[in-house]
Write a protein that binds this ligand. Structure first.
Ligand code: ATR
Length: 280
């Protein structure tokens, strides 16, 4: 149980780390809930990851987040890996246990699904096939979250098909990988479409996908949050589908991590969202 009387320390380890919005999010919550604490960016080079993680208990940290390139490497360093993180193959949250042991967790899939419910409270994972475009780390977390939410069919498409096949093999039913060329027609009947690629990000080409076959009842989610409205989300909005921007996933994955470190489950408020949007 977190100790509320001490100053709570947490942070995010990455390389580079200057881009991370996580300090803003967590420090906003420390202030909002009147907790004494700080969340700091930790620039940790890959060769020093183990040393840095092992220093957390000695420094009095409650835990940390991990971002690129440490999410996968941490799997072999930590003392205990929660099943969810093992299944995704990446750790995004580390908790220092009372005895100093380090537990690895992954809240990215949870955050993604929570962002869908925030945008569309009545959405149901089993209401129609979920289409996921991409097969990197983000796609793995999203697939995991959708399975936990009760998805009955997940259709995976990736430019490099072998990576999609690997995810389908790792997760098993209800996930299946399909040829990249078939992605446009595969949107027929879908309840959810997710862009889990970097396409649509500032400086990148838009995702090459026709929404003609997509039902207007579908949710269209993007992991990209800069810009907040990607070309894909703009197209979804124009056709009457429900767009879900990538900021929700970032904000919602942070909630259970903050809870683990402080004992307080924080809220994603319009003020918090506005604070981060102003910084994009
Ligand atoms: P992350 O772990 O953050 O998801 P990643 O492993 O680099 O990042 O994955 C990026 C995703 O964007 C991949 O699915 C990638 O497709 P490939 O596996 O074929 O590389 C996808 N992606 C990147 N550029 C793309 C492009 N021009 N067209 C289609 N997909 C692209």
């Amino acid at each position: 149980m977190p100790n509320h009387h001490s100053f709570i320390l947490a942070g995010v380890m990455g390389w580079p780390i200057g881009h991370s919005r996580s300090p803003k999010i967590h420090n906003c919550w420390f202030a909002q809930y009147g907790l004494k604490g700080a969340y700091v960016p930790l620039k940790v080079e890959p060769a020093k990851l183990e040393t840095a993680l092992r220093a957390l208990p000695a420094l009095g940290f409650s835990g940390c987040n991990l971002t690129i390139p440490h999410k996968e490497a941490a799997l072999t360093v930590l003392d205990r890996i929660e099943e969810n993180a093992a299944r995704i193959g990446a750790v995004n949250c580390v908790v220092v246990e009372p005895d100093g042991a380090l537990t690895g967790k992954n809240y990215d899939g949870y955050g993604f699904v929570a962002s869908l419910y925030e945008a569309a409270p009545k959405w149901q994972a089993a209401s129609g096939p979920c289409i996921v475009i991409g097969a990197g780390g983000a796609a793995r977390a999203i697939v995991s979250g959708l399975i936990d939410a009760g998805a009955k069919e997940i259709r995976l498409f990736n430019r490099t098909r072998a990576r999609a096949e690997k995810i389908a093999a790792d997760f098993g039913a209800p996930v299946a990988a399909y040829p990249w060329e078939e992605r446009h027609e595969a949107l027929a009947g879908a309840g959810l479409l997710v862009n889990a690629t970097s396409q649509g990000m500032i400086g990148q080409e838009p995702l090459d996908l026709s929404l003609d076959a997509l039902p207007t009842t579908a949710l269209v989610a993007d992991i990209v949050y800069a810009p907040l409205e990607t070309p894909l989300l703009a197209a979804a909005r124009r056709m009457g589908a429900t767009p879900v921007d990538g900021l929700g996933m970032l904000l919602h994955q942070a909630r259970p991590a903050f809870r683990d470190w402080t004992g307080t489950m924080p809220d994603v408020t319009p003020a918090l969202r506005a604070l981060i949007v102003a910084d994009l």
